[in-house]
Design a protein around this ligand. Structure first.
Ligand SMILES: Cc1ncc(C[n+]2csc(CCOP(=O)(O)OP(=O)(O)O)c2C)c(N)n1
Length: 303
């Protein structure tokens, strides 16, 4: 455990922007966000290895989309998690909790060291996201519910005349759930444009590829047929993600969805597209190798 504590303590980003809540006077650059994403990836690995469980694969695939969202778009106050005007983020694929906790820790909601309590009895950061964790809006685990939940928040905001926006992240495998499409229909019917969905299109679900379990294509066209604006992007290219979010934010009179094309296990060679790491942690040796790879990738970005 002492090596893991040391790894958590040493993983620091050096982003030049002063504030982590999207209100910074100097907006974060792509390099800043890549830097933060590399720390988040490392901490996903450390926290899952520390407890030898959890879901690294679908956390690593969602990292760039979430870091871009939290450090460039969302408005929040880490010292006041229930600030009424905060934007809401709902992690519908709540098993990918490691990425949520790693991002919330970097955003300042709780100390990074707390990541080492992941999945322990009485910890505030359990295997599936829960509202007792500062910054978490939605208790999940049963797939398919988050878009409906987010739609409720968005409709309530409209009734209240409140300006906050709701973002919901879904898994692509999760979109096999009928409730997702009930929410999709309702959001379009009520012309809800203060919600943005993001699908982590990593082509994996549990132990297999999505096209083996349930064909989803033509996926974007299905959302369009349900009345949504669907925008596809490279979910590991921060500029592509930001452009997609900007396009989604400009859509009026209907809901928008960003389909982020990603790789399960992104950033770690032996985890990439390897369904074995859907719900399995790296060993200590694998963790050391993964750190080397993430550091090497960052050095390449910096050159
Ligand atoms: C209703 C429900 N059915 C089954 C599961 C078990 N389960 C956990 S993760 C998972 C795969 C989800 O795939 P996806 O949404 O694509 O997530 P990702 O691959 O990004 O981790 C399944 C079937 C669940 N959590 N909830």
């Amino acid at each position: 455990m002492s090596e893991l504590k040391d790894l958590i303590a040493r993983s620091r980003w050096s982003a030049t922007h002063a504030s982590a809540n999207g209100t910074a006077k100097v907006p974060p650059t792509v390099a800043d966000l890549a830097d933060i994403a590399s720390v988040v990836r490392k901490n996903i690995l450390v926290m899952t290895t520390a407890v030898n469980s959890g879901h690294p694969g679908g956390s690593l695939s969602a990292t760039d989309a979430l870091v871009t969202l939290y450090f460039k778009y969302l408005r929040y106050r880490p010292s006041e998690p229930a600030w009424p005007s905060r934007d809401r983020f709902v992690m519908s694929k709540a098993h990918a909790s490691p990425v949520v906790y790693a991002v919330l820790a970097e955003a300042g909601f709780f100390p990074r060291e707390e990541l080492l309590t992941f999945r322990r009895i009485d910890s505030r950061i359990q295997g599936h996201t829960h509202i007792k964790t500062p910054g978490v809006e939605f208790s999940g685990g049963s797939l398919g519910q988050g878009l409906s939940f987010g739609l409720g928040i968005a409709l309530a905001a409209r009734l209240d005349g409140a300006a906050h926006r709701t973002w919901v992240m879904l898994g692509d495998g999760e979109c096999d759930e009928g409730q997702v499409w009930e929410a999709a229909m309702s959001a379009a019917h009520y012309r809800v444009d203060n919600i943005t969905a993001i699908v982590d299109r990593n082509n994996g679900q549990n132990d297999r590829h999505t096209n083996e379990a349930m064909g989803l294509e033509p996926f974007a066209d299905k959302w369009r047929a349900f009345g949504w604006e669907a925008i596809e992007c490279d979910g590991h290219d921060i500029a592509s993600l930001a452009a997609a979010y900007d396009t989604a934010l400009a859509v009026k009179g209907k809901p928008a969805i960003v389909i982020a094309k990603t790789v399960k296990g992104k950033g770690v060679s032996f985890m990439e597209n390897n369904m074995a790491f859907h719900g399995k942690a790296a060993t200590m040796d694998e963790l050391r190798q993964a750190f080397d790879e993430i550091d090497a990738a960052m050095r390449r970005v910096a050159v």
